[in-house]
Write a protein that binds this ligand. Structure first.
Ligand SMILES: [Zn+2]
Length: 258
């Protein structure tokens, strides 16, 4: 009974999470959030192939095996092609319980320009101070798949998952987007939103420096100590953001109530 209630709570959190990510422009009609089954670590859930803003109930969620990214019910509805991003991260990292994959526009320039995305402000200390890694899925394409940069199988998912070694929380994907791994649904949503905001801030700062003919060495980023301290404190304050974000989407007529 307690297990059922826990699972219901996770269903609800994940649906709120998808709506929140849409509300904050991290997801549009594409991208996805998943979570690991709270009492059976060999399983995870993500929505069937619909826009995240329109997920209405747990009936829209599909249960998948971590081992191969395939649904436990062979008659399940059509799922997202890129579910292997999620399955391989869960397979590699037993302490990861939620994953977000996004195509947010503000992040894309950092996947194609050679300019490293770094923590610019105190809300994004979870980003790697040495630069967020950029993964190129084109290197993992095996015939007969076409090189469209989508993560289409466990092989491609495993290559991406390796980028999260060393407690890395965010990986950029060349010409595609980014993926976030976290210990909870709330933290995954938090990291996804503030990665996008940090990218917009960094682009704006670089533009300001260029406008006055300044040197990029004037870009003052968080140092290692500052980033580490902020990462530790975010985990304790993320609840405040989550509570606000739930109210925002609950008040909007766009998102189905559940
Ligand atoms: Zn994608």
């Amino acid at each position: 009974m307690a297990d059922t209630k826990l699972l219901q709570t996770h269903y609800s959190k994940s649906i709120h999470g998808s709506h929140i990510l849409h509300f904050h422009n991290v997801l549009d009609a594409y991208g996805h959030l998943s979570f690991r089954h709270p009492t059976d670590s060999s399983l995870f859930f993500m929505a069937c192939s619909i826009a995240p803003a329109l997920i209405a109930t747990e009936a829209d969620l599909i249960e998948y095996r971590v081992s191969d990214g395939e649904p436990t019910n062979p008659n399940a509805a059509q799922g997202y092609i890129e579910r292997y991003i999620h399955s391989e991260i869960y397979r590699r990292f037993p302490d990861i319980n939620a994953v977000v994959h996004s195509h947010a526009e503000s992040v894309i320039p950092f996947t194609i320009s050679g300019v490293l995305l770094k923590p610019c402000y105190h809300m994004a200390g979870f980003l790697n101070p040495n630069g967020v890694p950029v993964h190129d899925s084109a290197n993992d394409v095996v015939a007969p798949n076409v090189p469209d940069l989508l993560v289409r199988n466990t092989y491609m998912g495993e290559a991406l998952a390796r980028r999260f070694d060393g407690d890395n929380k965010v990986t950029l994907m060349r010409g595609h987007g980014y993926t976030v791994a976290a210990k909870s649904i709330e933290l995954a949503v938090f990291y996804a939103i503030y990665t996008q905001k940090n990218a917009a801030i960094q682009s704006a700062a670089v533009g300001l420096i260029a406008a006055v003919g300044g040197s990029m060495r004037n870009l003052r980023l968080l140092n290692d100590d500052e980033a580490r301290e902020r990462t530790a404190s975010v985990a304790t304050t993320a609840k405040r953001a989550w509570e606000l974000w739930v109210v925002e989407v609950s008040d909007s007529t766009l998102y189905p109530k559940h």
